[in-house]
Structures are given as structure tokens and as C-alpha cells.
Design a binder for this molecule. Structure first.
Ligand code: AHR
Length: 494
């Protein structure tokens, strides 16, 4: 007999909104994440809008990307913004010391990024350089981006093609200051955060969210010290957590894995829940009114990079397993919207858990992209708590609930329920009880495939894509469905 799961949606107990910034992305100067992945230049034979590939831009628009974080990552703390403005030909050529020790030609600088974000309709989340640049450099950068015509910097910006200031809404105070951002102790990082934050100023009428560089994984002391010593100087603090099947030395392969690797990856990704709970508790001690947001400003899978790819470019295939990693994390974020008001998957194109891959003129969407598409109706909607009673799925020492769920009433009034079945073998009979809501019709969309590591290639771009799901029935406040093995389903109740 098929196993049984019960999901209860508590529509009488609305929670803080599912901030659309949770669907944020991250684009670093790393490998082909920007060069080739986003930027091809205005003279390229590849169709482009102002130098940005049209295929990528259109695909990103279709999932309504709300935020793009740039220029790093580790790259941020060695980036000097002045090297990326003015005529493209004359720009400084640097070495990207973190990522492959390749040349960085600075073709994609402030104008290219801010115009890209604007063309996308996304908020720019710019990360400043605390690790290797003085506060004056950061202050001038912010002024260059935000000041109306008047100052020398505003005139310089206008001469470089942009009269009006851009709308800079999110600004990062360095990145991973405990590591590549300067190997600082939290006490020192907190002092520098206070100092640099002082000089991040925007004109009246504009406001910018200042985001402190957050902890690595479960380093709660980092969050504690930053909140205690500098918490009044920022509006958000990050935390970075990557899902790695094994360990940093041997991470595991992106495809061609067995069921043990499937299970360990999915179990490890649910560590995000404990991580957020633990950092939130620390933050609650210092900030009981929850003024400061917790931003998961880097998350996603990190595997051994694909064979025969450039060292340091972090190119990894993206499979159905990544689709489930995505939905499991979206469910976790739904449980923490009182504190989590943003996230940035690493990364947007060609790097780590990417939305898409490019190769010359070709572009292909990943399973992860399709789950971002399935869940986009959650943006800014009202979260309803869910209770899930589900059998346990286990392989060796890896076990977790077979079914994960979340529910959000969208700003369009539609009640949405996201469901994931991690069992790669069996469908799951699911009964959903709507407590405080009813509906007369239910529709669904689904991402699934026959193999655990099913993935898309330039030759076979539709192995894993969004399918219509017609298997759900609604009767007033009860929905019944058979949730296919290894699937992500998004139901819409009207
Ligand atoms: O996303 C890749 C890298 O991971 C980022 O540059 C850094 O912040 C993190 O260590």
C-alpha cells in the first residue's frame, strides 16, 4: 500500500510575508558567471540588450528575479569600483586571485551591473570592499551611484552615460570577513562594520539597507559579536550555508550519484532550518523587535566541479536533486519569515547551483530555474503555517520526512501549497486539510523526471521542465492527491 501523509494548512494563523527578496540571486565575477553568462558586450554576435545576453535576460525576467547581489563573494573584497567605469578599452586588467587566477578585464562594472539590474526590474545588492579598500573608496562609490546631479562624482557618472542616480537599495559591508574578506576576528569585523557603515550615506528620499557580513554556517559567536557590538549600524546580517554532500576536500559529483548521495544531500540541505533557528535565537537576544533582517545571502549546492572544466570556475551540472534542494529550502524559509527577509542563491549563471548554463550562443535552463518558476507566486504573499505528518524516508544513516510542504496566499489572493516528495521510488498519498480556508478548484504544476540525476543539456534542454499536474482533487476544505516520487508540485487553490 502507498504511504499516507497529512498536511494541515493553518489559514487562521497568518505569518509575516514571504519577502520577495527571498528569491534573490547572486552574480559574482567568477568563471563564466558574468563574462559569457550575462555579459557578452554590445558588439557581440550573440543577441544582446546593451551588452547583456537577451536569452538570459528574458529567462530571468520570466521568473521575476527581485534582487541581484554583485560583484561578490570573495571578489567583492578585492574589487575597486573605479577600475570598472569609463571607456571599456582603457579599464584595468586584474588577476582574479580567488577564482582560477585568470585575468579580469573589468568590462562589467558599475554601469553595466546597475543597468542590468534595472533592465531586469531587480534591486541591486552591491557588496562593498572592506577587506582591502579604505572607507573613503566605499563612500565615493555610494555617492557615485546615488547622488543627483551636482557633485563631481555625479558629473562623472553623467559623462559615463547615466544622468539620474540609480536606486541602490541594498549594500553589503564586505563579504565573509571571517575568511576571504580579510580573515578577521568577529570583534575586529564588528569594529570595521561600525566604521564603514558610518560612511554609507544616500541622499534624503532614498534609503539603503546596510547588510553586515554574516557568519559561516553555525558560527553563532560571529552573529552574537556582530549584533552586540555593531547591531545598531546595520539593517540586515547575512549567513552563508552551502549544501555539500561529503566535505570540502571531496564534495561529491553533480550527476551520476547513487541513492546514498541523493539522501545525504537532501538531509544536509534541511540543516538550513536548524541554522536559521539558531542564528535567529542569537539575534532575538539583541534585537527582540526583529528590526534587523537575517539574509541567507549565499546558499545552494556545492559539488566537485564538472570534469574537464576550468579549475576554480565552479561549473557543476544541475539535476533533479537540485530542484528538490531548492523547494526544501523554500519551505524552510517559509517557517522563518519573521526574521528571514532575503536570500541569494549561489549563483545565477554557470556557477554552482545555477539557473542556467550558457556556451557561446547556446543557453539552457536548469531544474533549479524551474522550481524558482513554480514558487514565484509566493513573492510577498502571506505565509500560512503547515503541519506535516509524513512517513520517514531513510537510506543508511540519512533520514528525513518523506514530504515537505509550505503554503502562501499570494498577493493575487490565490492560495498556494508547495509539496516535495523526496522518496525516489514511491508516490505518496497526501491529504491536505485547509484549516480556515476552502476552495472550489485546484490546479498544479510539477517538476519531476525518471532519474534522480536527470538534467538538461544544450542538446536535450527539456529533460527536466515544468509539467502540468492534474492529480489533485478538492472537496471544500480537503485536497487529495498522489504526489509522484521525487517530485516538486505547486498547487493553486481558487
Ligand atoms: O559563491 C562562491 C563563494 O563562496 C563566494 O565567493 C564566497 O563568498 C563563498 O565562500
Amino acid at each position: 500500500a502507498l504511504a499516507q501523509t497529512t498536511v494541515t494548512v493553518n489559514a487562521n494563523d497568518p505569518q509575516p510575508a514571504y519577502d520577495k527578496r527571498i528569491f534573490g540571486q547572486f552574480a559574482e565575477h567568477l568563471g563564466t558567471g558574468i563574462e559569457d553568462g550575462i555579459w557578452v558586450g554590445r558588439d557581440s554576435a550573440i543577441p544582446n540588450e546593451n551588452g547583456v545576453r537577451t536569452d538570459v535576460l528574458e529567462a530571468l525576467r520570466a521568473i521575476n528575479v527581485p534582487v541581484v547581489r554583485w560583484p561578490g563573494g570573495c571578489f567583492a573584497d578585492e574589487y575597486h569600483w573605479r577600475e570598472g567605469i569609463g571607456e571599456q578599452e582603457g579599464r584595468a586588467v586584474r588577476i582574479n586571485t580567488h577564482w582560477g587566477y585568470v585575468t579580469e578585464e573589468n568590462r562589467f562594472g558599475t554601469h553595466e551591473f546597475m543597468d542590468f539590474a534595472e533592465a531586469l526590474g531587480a534591486e541591486p545588492y552591491v557588496s562593498g570592499n572592506i577587506g582591502s579598500a579604505p572607507p573613503f573608496e566605499m563612500a565615493e562609490w555610494v555617492e557615485y551611484m546615488t547622488t543627483p546631479i551636482g557633485s563631481s562624482l555625479a558629473r562623472e557618472r553623467a559623462a559615463n552615460g547615466r544622468d539620474r542616480p540609480w536606486n541602490l537599495t541594498m549594500f553589503g559591508l564586505g563579504n565573509e570577513l571571517w575568511g576571504c574578506g580579510g580573515n578577521m576576528r568577529p570583534e575586529y569585523a564588528a569594529d570595521l562594520t561600525r566604521r564603514y557603515s558610518t560612511f554609507v550615506k544616500v541622499p534624503s528620499g532614498q534609503s539603503v539597507m546596510r547588510i553586515a557580513s554574516g557568519a559561516n554556517d553555525m558560527d553563532l559567536n560571529w552573529t552574537d559579536v556582530m549584533m552586540e557590538r555593531a547591531g545598531n549600524m546595520f539593517d540586515g546580517i547575512g549567513v552563508h550555508y552551502y549544501t555539500i554532500p561529503y566535505d570540502w576536500g571531496h564534495k561529491g559529483s553533480a550527476i551520476g550519484f547513487d541513492e546514498d548521495q541523493w539522501a545525504r544531500t537532501l538531509v544536509k540541505t534541511t540543516h538550513m532550518d536548524e541554522l536559521i533557528t539558531a542564528h535567529s535565537e542569537v539575534m532575538d537576544r539583541h534585537d527582540p523587535n526583529r528590526r534587523v533582517a537575517l539574509l541567507i545571502d549565499e546558499w545552494g549546492t556545492w559539488y566537485d566541479q564538472d570534469p574537464d572544466t576550468h579549475p576554480g570556475f565552479l561549473r557543476q551540472q544541475n539535476s533533479l536533486r537540485d530542484a528538490l534542494v531548492t523547494s526544501l529550502n523554500f519551505d524552510i524559509f517559509a517557517r522563518h519569515t519573521e526574521r528571514v527577509r532575503g536570500a541569494n542563491i549561489a549563483q545565477m549563471v554557470n556557477v554552482l547551483q545555477a539557473m542556467m548554463f550558457t556556451d557561446g550562443p547556446d543557453m539552457v535552463l536548469t531544474p533549479t530555474y524551474h522550481v524558482f518558476d513554480l514558487y514565484q507566486g509566493y513573492m510577498d504573499g502571506t505565509v500560512y503555517p503547515v503541519e506535516v505528518e509524513s512517513p520517514t524516508y531513510s537510506v543508511n544513516e540519512w533520514s528525513m520526512d518523506e514530504v515537505s510542504a509550505s503554503s502562501v496566499r499570494g498577493t493575487d489572493g490565490v492560495l498556494r501549497i508547495g509539496l516535495t516528495n523526496v522518496n525516489p521510488h514511491d508516490a505518496e498519498e497526501v491529504t491536505i486539510e485547509l484549516d480556515g480556508a476552502t476552495g472550489s478548484a485546484v490546479t498544479g504544476r510539477m517538476v519531476t523526471a525518471a532519474a534522480m540525476d536527470a538534467h538538461n543539456t544544450f542538446d536535450q534542454p527539456n529533460n527536466v521542465t515544468v509539467q502540468t499536474f492534474t492529480g489533485a482533487r478538492i472537496d471544500g476544505d480537503t485536497i487529495r492527491l498522489s504526489l509522484p516520487a521525487k517530485s516538486v508540485v505547486m498547487l493553486e487553490v481558487r
